[in-house]
Design a protein around this ligand. Structure first.
Ligand code: GDP
Ligand code: MG
Length: 439
């Protein structure tokens, strides 16, 4: 999915303006990308429609950096689609808070029970009890018992010969006696949804009246995950979803439609087999993951932190007045160097590959040191007024910096080109710096 989406927008990158047919092509690519990732058809249709309308509304066609704007819109809409806000675990006004896990066999129910109990125990000093209500596989009870031993949380079990509803009933009684504040009910699953399973789960629900019914869904199962979610939700009216196995190479196609189709929030994500491999679900992060923008977002964060806004404003002013000089150039280079390895950085910024200013800046650190050496060999006056750099001064600078005269000439030429370009960009109402910040 990510690759396709990235390809879809990559085609727009570097284009100053895009045409309506470019936009149409991009939308088609995005649509195909989502469908291919097993996202529900209706969800895709709505999604593309909204993105398109917003893109047109935002005058993407008129503005600079259409690719970035579209990425931004897609990212925002993905986030919105997945619920916008984080959805915390509900808590019952009086103890115990009962949390029932449901889902297909192998989805990760037992593991997730352990992870959640462990989290509550560690974060909130909770005293959970876990009830083993999967009686169809003897190994299931052992498994929960092992998890319990591992995280030091008690397990209530009655073997495999007892009706799960009865087990839950007695388990709840024990929780009351022991004043457990959370009770987890680990239920059975099937390979597919069937009536008997649903009936059993409905009876457990009726008895326990749980605060949360968490549906555990394997993210690797794509469109099936959505059908599963719909099925369980129709029968049991779940309160939330846990998406497991996101540590695999799945990019979250399932997350995308589950929320849209069921209207139920995704609350947690499983990211491994260990008891600590779980995270609260963040819609915005998932959107970024789907878009493969994680790197880019962290870059923007980094850039913004490193880059003092006031400095940016000053620089913009200079660019606008066309008084950008070698001192500013030096500052810029140092800023960029502070941020990290150049090539890695450049790759992270959409649209940068074709940006002439950065094509020049995109040099390896050794070259940057050479450029600095050249600038350091200039007098203060020369740095402030690059027009002073006549051939004899250039020769002196070459000798002083130990760089060949051709290199000095080339660098000055590049500097002038860059300055011109920056000035043009700034007149186009979009400053080079805003551009760098990924706006
Ligand atoms: P259940 O049948 O729904 O109770 O599923 P289990 O909890 O037994 O999990 C089935 C398998 O998936 C086990 O091998 C788990 O270790 C594994 N598993 C569960 N959650 C995750 C996860 O988030 N990531 C990975 N990689 N494996 C998981
Ligand atoms: Mg299980």
């Amino acid at each position: 999915l990510t690759e396709r989406l990235q390809n879809a927008v990559k085609k727009l990158r570097g284009k100053g303006k895009i045409s309506e047919s470019d936009l149409r092509d991009t939308m088609r690519e995005i649509r195909l990308a989502l469908l291919e990732a097993d996202v529900n058809f209706d969800v895709v249709k709505d999604f593309v429609k909204v993105v398109r309308e917003r893109a047109i509304g935002a005058n993407v066609l008129e503005g600079l950096n259409p690719a970035q704007q579209i990425v931004k819109i897609v990212n925002e809409e993905l986030t919105r689609m997945m619920g916008e806000e984080d959805a915390p675990l509900l808590k019952s006004p009086k103890i115990p808070t009962i949390i029932m896990m449901v889902g297909l066999q192998g989805a990760g129910k037992t593991t997730t029970v352990g992870k959640l109990a462990n989290k509550l125990k560690t974060d909130a000093n909770a005293r959970p009890l876990m009830i083993a209500a999967d009686v169809y596989r003897p190994a299931a009870i052992d498994q929960l018992q092992q998890v319990g031993n591992q995280i030091d949380v008690p397990v209530f079990q009655m073997g495999t010969d007892v009706d799960p509803v009865e087990i839950v009933k007695q388990g709840l009684a024990q929780a009351e006696t022991n004043h457990n504040d959370y009770v987890f009910i680990d239920t059975a699953g099937r390979l597919q949804i069937d009536e008997q399973l649903m009936d059993e789960l409905a009876r457990i629900k009726a008895l326990a009246n749980p605060t949360e019914i968490l549906l555990v869904v394997d993210a690797m199962t794509g469109q099936n995950a959505v059908a599963t979610a719909e099925g369980f939700d129709n029968q049991l009216d779940v309160t939330g979803v846990v998406l497991t196995k996101l540590d695999g190479d799945t990019r979250g196609g399932a997350a995308l439609s589950i929320r849209a189709v069921t209207g139920k929030p995704i609350k947690f994500v499983g990211e491994g087999e260990k008891m600590t491999d779980m995270d609260i679900f963040h819609p915005d992060r998932m959107a970024s993951r789907i878009l493969g923008m994680g790197d880019m977002l962290s870059l923007i964060e980094r850039t913004q932190k490193e880059y003092d806004e006031k400095q940016a404003a000053e620089l913009n002013e200079k660019i606008r007045e066309n008084s950008f000089d070698f001192n500013d150039f030096l500052d810029q280079m140092e800023q960029i160097q502070k941020m990290g390895p150049m090539d890695q950085l450049m790759k992270m910024i959409p649209g940068m590959a074709n940006n002439p200013a950065l094509a020049n800046a995109n040099m390896d650190p050794k070259d940057m040191e050479h450029v600095k050496a050249v600038i350091y060999s200039m007098t203060a006056k020369e740095r402030e007024d690059p027009d002073l750099l006549n051939p004899s001064r250039r020769r002196r600078i070459a000798a002083g910096s130990g760089r060949p005269i051709q290199e000095v000439n080339r660098m000055i030429k590049q500097f002038n080109q860059m300055k011109k370009m920056m000035n043009q960009v700034s007149k186009g109402n979009m400053s080079g710096i805003e551009n760098l910040m990924g706006n």
